[in-house]
Design a protein around this ligand. Structure first.
Ligand SMILES: *Cc1c(COP(=O)(O)O)cnc(C)c1O
Length: 364
């Protein structure tokens, strides 16, 4: 299906028409034009406001995985130690990625339906003495939101860098980069910002830049060449001007709406989604609603359905939701209400389809 009539996938989300217009302009070369660097600077300032940081912001082309890799490779050296705080697939993934690039890694794991325990993190930090602690704000496959403050304090006390993947939460809920001591914060374009998967945004603290200079990693995903962009108008590769303009439209629209209003819209869409789920008898996956992310809802698969059958039945009525991966595959499905999809009317229409599909089978 090329275009979803009703998409509630937890990323990539539906790109609003007014943002799609960015691709109608035949921009010139991002390497040559001062207009591009001006736009880059404006976007940096808007991102700083959105993510509540005075630290620097790097905007690169490539989907969010490029900065998950780039952040690790740029700030760590082979032989360094990384502690991955994980309550889900993405959290655990950081340990696998680290090992693949010669970093020693340990995981402080929690069940996927719960939040990581800061006491266990503290214990692991004093024993393992990592150079970096990683965490995932919204574990998109599990639908949970991990509080960051205490983890950030633990990292700061241990003089470890705190890297946080807020790819699927940033913009839909307060992230508080500076308040939470986040040294490297990672955001993707295809979630709350409602762009195609084309750009990645990183916040980088002064402490992180020190580590990055020391590690001196070079590669396509290296952070170092971005250190002085746009003051020094030199890019390591030709940037994606259309996406950069689309990002400007997206950030401006959030600012016009008001950040608090945008966050509240996400909370309302989430609350409605879960209420409707409860009413039709499908069970929330996280242990309780308090730990759920406002950007995505994860539910147990309704009894008697396989994912393939459920997905096909929803698609027949025009609705597409998210399935799952790893040990949550077949067991848990997800409704994405982030960015353009954080819309109560849209969620209500989608959940009505889910309800009808379930009822139809019950009465068959
Ligand atoms: C979407 C997402 C990413 C990027 O992963 P893709 O599967 O490539 O889209 C990274 N981290 C989190 C938490 C995400 O939700």
């Amino acid at each position: 299906m090329k275009e979803y009539s009703l998409g509630l996938v937890p990323g990539p989300v539906s790109v609003p028409r007014k943002i799609r217009e960015a691709w109608l302009t035949d921009f010139g070369s991002s390497d040559l034009e001062s207009d591009f660097f001006e736009l880059y600077g404006k976007n940096q300032a808007l991102v700083q406001k959105l993510l509540e940081t005075k630290e620097s912001v790097v905007i690169t082309s490539g989907e969010a995985m490029s900065i998950l890799w780039g952040g690790l490779k740029s700030a760590l050296k082979p032989g360094d130690r990384l502690l991955a705080v994980a309550g889900g697939l993405f959290g655990e993934g950081f340990a696998d990625m680290a090992k693949a690039i010669g970093i020693e890694a340990e995981i402080v794991a929690s069940e996927y339906d719960s939040l990581p325990d800061p006491r266990k993190v503290r214990e692991a930090v004093s024993r393992f003495r990592p150079q970096m602690i990683t965490a995932v704000h919204c574990e998109t496959p599990s639908g949970t939101l991990t509080p960051l403050k205490e983890l950030g304090e633990i990292a700061r006390q241990a003089d470890a860098l705190f890297l946080v993947d807020f790819v699927s939460s940033g913009g839909g809920v307060a992230v508080g980069v500076d308040e939470n001591h986040i040294d490297i914060g990672l955001l993707g374009s295809q979630k709350v910002l409602s762009l195609p998967p084309s750009l990645s945004i990183s916040t980088v603290s002064g402490r992180a830049w020190d580590a990055i200079k020391k590690a001196n990693y070079s590669g396509y995903d290296a952070y170092l060449p971005w250190r002085s962009v746009p003051e020094v108008p030199f890019l390591p590769y030709t940037h994606d001007w259309q996406s950069m303009y689309a990002l400007h439209l997206s950030l401006s629209s959030i600012m016009e709406e008001g950040m608090e209003n945008a966050f509240a819209r996400h909370s309302r869409a989430a609350a409605l989604c879960r209420k409707l789920g409860r009413e039709m008898g499908i069970r929330l996956f996280p242990v309780n609603e308090d730990i759920c992310s406002p950007t995505v809802s994860a539910f147990y698969m309704p009894e008697g359905w396989t994912w393939a059958e459920f997905d096909a039945a929803l698609r027949l009525r025009g609705l597409v939701v998210g399935g799952n991966y790893g040990r949550l595959a077949e067991r848990v499905f997800r409704v994405g209400h982030m960015g353009s999809q954080a819309d109560e009317a849209l969620v209500a229409r989608g959940m009505e389809i889910v309800k009808n599909v379930l009822e139809e089978k019950r009465t068959r």
